[in-house]
Design a protein around this ligand. Structure first.
Ligand SMILES: Nc1nc2c(ncn2[C@@H]2O[C@H](COP(=O)(O)O)[C@@H](O)[C@H]2O)c(=O)[nH]1
Ligand SMILES: [Mn+2]
Length: 460
């Protein structure tokens, strides 16, 4: 019979884990011989770490610099992709004309699509899971009336709605949250309820415009899954990092994955679908409340996510700011897709499918060449009011907090004309219609004295 200690297990090459105590007890209780013990212990031996690909997997470059200010951005995007594409799960990738870096080399850029085999990477959809766009056709309604009404209904800024003004989350969805390992969390569900009907901040917007084809007024909203999605992302990253330490410690922490074939993988996939349902319900609750207040029947509605994970068999397409075109990704979506550019440019209504360059995706916007801070610095010689007047002439642009956020004005984004030219040059999708801008509401400069900040101070 063999007696063995934890220290000896470590000397045999095992990493201290919960199973140590159970194994020591099993060996002693069953009085295993040395060979029996070694046979028994084999089941606990960790697999060899999965190495990074020695060379980056191929990725398609659908972007080029149109001027000096874009050169640095394009170089950074390509360099970060070269590091990212060494992640062991990845089999292919693409970058879109609106691509821009999100962090150090190796992090997925905005405008990046990467395909992983049997793996979900929470870092590739990031905290704003299912950031998406929805449009509703209001027929011949007056655009100012639609914008005024939407302004009286929507909610921008930190946090959720006050108890008195909450929009209901459906019982069906709440029940579905409770059935999922990641979402069955009363704090998360309570936040999901109070965040329903809210749009957050940053570049989330509520846009009203006129269809070039029909002359109809269209409402377009842009936001993601708000705090419930961010909470799922945090949980997903923790689980993925545990797998990373066991399976592939060489992989960057941001690029950790949850193997789909595990219980965690299946539950995380389901959780993503429920968060997608929540986000769709969030857009719908705002659009439906505007229709109801104006006693208008909708003529049409389109929506698509552009920050999500899509599945085709054992391949998981991670789109970090890219518009899914191919119907195989979106069995429940029948209409065309939406690509916003900036508040002074049309929202493009597009369609398309997989071709040799796009992996089934199109750009999701115009993207940024500069950080918000760099952009603000470049305009420092003008007053905020001057910049606002120059860039929004003829448009009805409003900030929910009443403070202009110049980092969201059209000059903060890449040239929409160049992005559209590259969509055509690389044959990424077809433009069916354009929603010409009438006006737009955004959160406003949240660093200033926004109403939700004043309220918090007052409550103290
Ligand atoms: N029509 C508008 N488009 C806008 C506005 N602000 C930003 N944008 C575009 O949206 C995309 C998507 O951004 P992301 O947060 O999902 O990465 C962005 O690239 C811009 O082109 C706006 O006020 N109106
Ligand atoms: Mn978005």
């Amino acid at each position: 019979m063999t007696t063995i200690t934890g220290k000896e297990l470590i000397a045999l090459g095992f990493t201290p884990k919960k199973w140590f105590a159970e194994a020591l007890e099993h060996i002693s209780e069953n009085q295993l011989s040395e060979n029996e013990m070694l046979d028994y212990l084999e089941q606990f031996r960790a697999p060899d770490p999965i190495p990074l690909h020695s060379e980056p997997q191929e990725f398609i470059i659908n972007i080029k610099a149109e001027n000096d200010s874009e050169t640095d951005n394009v170089e950074k995007v390509i360099n970060t992709m070269k590091v990212l594409m060494k992640t062991p799960t990845l089999v292919s990738g693409a970058i879109m004309p609106d691509a821009c870096p999100t962090g150090p080399e190796g992090h997925i850029p905005v405008g990046g699509v990467v395909v992983a085999k049997n793996a979900i990477h929470p870092g590739f959809h990031s905290a704003d899971i299912c950031c998406s766009v929805m449009s509703t056709d209001f027929g011949k309604a007056d655009p100012k009336t639609v914008l005024d009404t939407a302004h009286s209904i929507t909610h921008f800024g930190y946090g959720g709605r006050d108890r008195g003004s909450q929009m209901p989350m459906s019982q069906e969805l709440m029940d579905a949250f409770r059935e999922n390992f990641f979402l069955n969390d009363e704090r998360l569900i309570s936040i999901a309820r109070s965040h329903m009907g809210t749009q957050g901040d940053g570049n989330h917007f509520l846009f009203v415009g006129i269809s070039k084809n029909t002359g109809n007024t269209m409402l377009v909203t842009h936001h993601g899954s708000r705090a419930p999605g961010a909470m799922l992302y945090d949980k997903g990253m923790k689980v993925a990092n545990r797998f990373r330490m066991e399976l592939s410690p060489e992989t960057l922490k941001e690029n950790a994955w949850i193997p789909y074939e595990t219980e965690e993988g299946k539950q995380y996939w389901e959780a993503l679908q429920r968060i997608r349902d929540w986000t769709k319900e969030n857009h719908e609750s705002i659009h439906n409340a505007v229709l109801e207040k104006l006693s208008i029947e909708k003529q049409d509605r389109y929506w698509n996510e552009h920050n999500f994970v899509f599945r085709d068999g054992d391949l998981f397409y991670h789109a970090k700011g890219a518009t899914p075109l191919d119907d195989k990704f979106l069995p429940d979506i029948t209409g065309p897709r939406l690509i916003p550019l900036n508040m002074a440019e049309p929202v493009l209504i597009v369609s398309g499918t997989t071709n040799g360059r796009n992996l089934g995706f199109a750009p999701h916007g115009a993207g940024r060449n500069f950080s918000r801070t760099q952009h603000k610095k470049s305009l420092a010689h003008k007053t905020i009011d001057e910049v606002f007047a120059e860039e929004t002439q003829g448009l009805d642009i409003r900030f929910f907090s009443n403070d202009i956020d110049i980092s969201e004005l059209p000059s903060a984004y890449k040239s929409a004309k160049n992005v559209r030219a590259q969509i055509e040059e690389y044959g990424l999708c077809e433009v069916l219609d354009e929603v010409m801008p009438y006006g737009c509401i955004m959160a406003g400069d949240v660093g200033k004295n926004a109403p939700w900040k004043r309220k918090k101070k007052f409550r103290k």
